[in-house]
Design a protein around this ligand. Structure first.
Ligand code: NAD
Ligand code: UGA
Length: 451
């Protein structure tokens, strides 16, 4: 089994390190955040990710996982994964400062023959940049491999362990095989390509998924105008194997730490290199519009927002994560506050401190039922299972005049109406024709693998 290092232990690095240890490898984990490392050293994850704590505890117990908040003088791993953050900059380009810092720290410590593996999502050409940095640090015999990661937050451990594919790109075929051998126990399909193509596959995949979502959101607007039901349209479309049902849930639009920055970064790269990314620009525009459509629904339902009290269910960008980066729920909270509404927000795992930073004018409520007292409208913004199974009758009774804006199309209109809600949703009839929630068949048809 191999000795590897993982540099940057967040949603991707923490999960990858724990999973590599589970596969039998010995893994040194390095992060500049002493706070995160201290939590990992106790066998706990600093991020909410189902199944991760168990793997961390096991990895520490077996001695296969070691966490450190500074770079050891000599890295004794000969394959080093870089999974640091690559956020979007103001103009849309990926900000590579953390990658550069990591390479600056790693390069002088490597032995000849070592491999640097880029797992972060990085602009096309970053592999060459990393190779150049290593050479300038005196490392002439280092290989660079691109190994983009496709895991989803909330199902990251399962996605890592059961990937649809592993993409490896390098100009050094032997380095590709050494990295491929780390994944051998997974028996996954491995695609071997050149390094720029591997980097591009990652952006193209995220951009395509985001496009699917924007497509169905545009269909939702058309359905609303024409009296069709977008949830059934998605079902009918998805039954065609060429289309597939996944990523056709209309709602608030895509958020999170990756789609927003990656679609913008791809459009930015395209524009800088003289192409006209008109589809990507429309995909972004449609997505921004979804938040505003949801706000319009609340405004119309309440006859204005000034002085009204709105309870938002969910702060995370989707269910099963504590990540609020580019969360549509947080954007809704801030937009509603700007329009003069008093906003309350609940989430089963996001901390009150996180909400206070992301939505400073909103009040965090620990208990949904208490938080609903005197509220004019509830907005379901994150489809956490606990919010789909609330006692909606009791919820309605606590509110002023019960209004529910189901911006995830996750509730049954018939149930909502039967307990007295004025019910609004996205792209499907809210007031006639009972529908059952779509969440179940979403899960059933998703099949568990990463998309
Ligand atoms: P994150 O912010 O959760 O974690 C990044 C970690 O890197 C942080 O803990 C930070 O302290 C650490 N770091 C920064 N600079 C460092 C340095 N010089 N040395 C050591 N550690 C350093 O980010 P993330 O969500 O895990 O994403 C990491 C990368 O993976 C990004 O490029 C992202 O686009 C990509 N990605 C993310 C996901 C996801 O679901 N979050 C999925 C696939 C790919
Ligand atoms: C996404 C991709 O699915 C991963 O393959 C990829 O590795 C990752 O980005 C990344 O590069 O970081 P993630 O951001 O964890 O994963 O979440 P998704 O499940 O893809 O959801 C993204 C956003 O789209 C969420 O806001 C979600 O609510 C929204 N969404 C998703 C929809 O609005 N409709 C859908 O049908 C599906």
């Amino acid at each position: 089994m191999s000795k590897i290092a993982v540099v940057g232990c967040g949603y991707v690095g923490g999960v990858s390190a724990a999973c590599f240890a589970e596969l039998g490898h010995s893994v040194d984990c390095i992060d500049v955040s002493a706070e995160r490392i201290a939590i990992y050293q106790t066998g706990k994850s600093p991020i909410y990710e189902p199944g991760l704590d168990e793997l961390l505890t096991k990895g520490l117990d077996t001695g296969r996982l070691r966490f450190m908040d500074s770079y050891p003088d000599m890295l004794d791993a000969d394959i080093v994964f870089v999974s640091v953050n690559t956020p979007g900059s103001q103009e849309g380009a990926a900000d590579l400062r953390a990658v550069r810092d990591a390479i600056t720290s790693i390069a002088p410590r490597l032995r000849p023959g070592s491999i640097i593996v880029n797992k972060s999502t990085v602009p096309i050409g970053t592999g060459d940049l990393v190779q150049g940095m290593a050479e300038r640090a005196g490392q002439k015999h280092i290989s660079v491999v691109s190994n983009p990661e496709f895991l989803r937050e909330g199902s990251a451990v399962g996605d890592f362990m059961k990937p649809d594919r592993i993409v490896l790109g390098s100009n050094d075929p032997e380095a590709i095989e050494r990295v491929a051998s780390l994944y051998a126990p997974l028996n996954a399909e491995v695609l071997r390509v050149d390094i720029r193509t591997a980097e591009m596959i990652k952006y193209a995949s995220n951009a395509f998924l985001a496009t699917k979502i924007s497509f169905i959101n545009e269909m939702a607007s058309i359905c609303e105008a024409l009296g069709a039901d977008v949830t059934d349209v998605a079902l009918g479309m998805g039954m065609d194997a060429r289309i597939g049902r996944q990523f056709l849930s209309a709602g608030l639009g895509w958020g999170g730490s990756c789609f927003p920055k990656d679609v913008r970064a791809l459009a930015h790269m395209a524009a800088v290199h003289g192409t006209h990314p008109q589809l990507l620009r429309s995909v972004i525009e449609i997505n921004n519009g979804q938040r505003l459509r949801a706000i319009s629904k609340v405004r119309e339902a309440l006859g204005g927002l000034e002085g009204k009290c709105v309870l938002i269910l969910g702060a995370a960008f989707k269910a099963n994560t504590d990540d609020t980066r580019n969360s549509p729920a947080i954007e809704l909270a801030n937009l509603l506050s700007l329009e003069g509404a008093a906003v309350r927000i609940a989430d089963p795992v996001v901390s009150p401190t996180q909400v206070a930073i992301a939505a400073p004018d909103a009040e965090f409520v620990a208990d949904v039922m208490n938080g609903a007292v005197g509220v004019d409208a509830v907005v379901l913004a994150t489809d956490w299972a606990e919010y789909l199974n609330l006692d909606f009758g009791a919820l309605a009774r606590r509110m002023n005049a019960p209004v529910m804006v189901d911006s995830r199309n996750a509730l049954a209109p018939s149930v909502m109406r039967s307990v007295g809600f004025a019910y609004f949703c996205i792209g499907r009839p809210a007031h006639e024709g009972d529908r059952e929630p779509v969440a179940e068949w979403d899960v059933a048809l998703a099949g568990g693998g990463a998309s």
